[in-house]
Ligand binder design. Structure first.
Ligand SMILES: Nc1ncnc2c1ncn2[C@@H]1O[C@H](COP(=O)(O)OP(=O)(O)OP(=O)(O)O)[C@@H](O)[C@H]1O
Ligand SMILES: [Mg+2]
Length: 215
């Protein structure tokens, strides 16, 4: 769907409603980096380190075997907001000292909730600037808007990202079994398909059925 993958150093938003597999996708992205010999960072705003490790184990990813190459930080949104300046210096430092190549922030919505619109945009722009100058490939996970599954909760993230991948629950009729659909909404510098494709969450993580149609 991406014609080869996410370009290096892109900052990409992953948008989806609860339980659509955002965290799973983030873990698979990190795992691919680890398997490639890269160092990776996970910043979790909702789960502690142990539970991130357990989530990974449930889809067959043993994060512990990668030792120092994977760093997991559990951050409290309130703390993060209070010390955004500290974060501005900490994140580049961590990335630099680890020579990290991939980073996941999951979910940004928890932090976005603490700002008004103007503050939220400033925070996201700052985050983009930090990630861009660190030259890291990043996934920023966000809850979807409850009325528009291709939009993030506050409708701002998609503007500061180089790419947006959307995970959606689709139903033909209200009482039908839901189908999961993945869509590349934008990806700068990539001639990507815009057609949503069905996917499933399995015990090996997300599997996209590229040859299939949603209905
Ligand atoms: N082994 C599995 N087989 C099938 N489905 C699974 C499996 N493991 C998890 N799931 C499904 O994936 C969902 C969780 O995926 P994940 O945590 O990645 O979603 P999320 O979008 O991050 O959710 P949240 O909004 O709660 O953070 C579960 O609710 C379940 O429906
Ligand atoms: Mg999650």
């Amino acid at each position: 769907m991406l014609g080869g993958g996410i370009p290096e150093k892109h900052v990409v938003g992953v948008i989806g409603s609860y339980g659509t597999g955002k965290t799973t996708l983030g873990l698979q992205f990190i795992h691919a980096g680890l398997q490639n010999g890269e160092s990776c960072v996970i910043i979790s705003l909702d789960e502690d380190e142990e539970s991130v490790i357990e989530n990974a184990a449930s889809i067959g990813i043993d994060l512990k075997r990668y030792g120092e190459r994977i760093q997991i930080f559990r951050l409290e949104a309130v703390e993060l907001r209070k010390s955004l300046e500290k974060i501005e210096s900490d994140i580049p430092e961590i990335i630099k000292s680890m020579k990290a190549r991939r980073l996941v922030i999951d979910p940004i919505s928890v932090l976005e909730t603490l700002y008004d619109d103007a503050g939220r945009f400033r925070m996201l722009s700052t985050l983009r600037r930090i990630l861009k100058s660190a030259g890291i490939t990043a996934l920023i996970v966000s809850e979807a808007d409850k009325d528009n599954p291709t939009s993030s909760k506050y409708g701002l993230l998609e503007y500061i990202c180089d790419g947006v991948i959307c995970l959606k629950v689709v139903r033909k009729d209200e009482l039908d079994e839901p189908t999961l659909g993945i869509e590349v909404v934008k990806m700068r510098r990539v001639n990507h398909s815009r057609k949503p494709k069905p996917y499933a969450i399995t015990d090996k993580g997300i599997v996209v059925y590229e040859e299939a149609e949603i209905f």
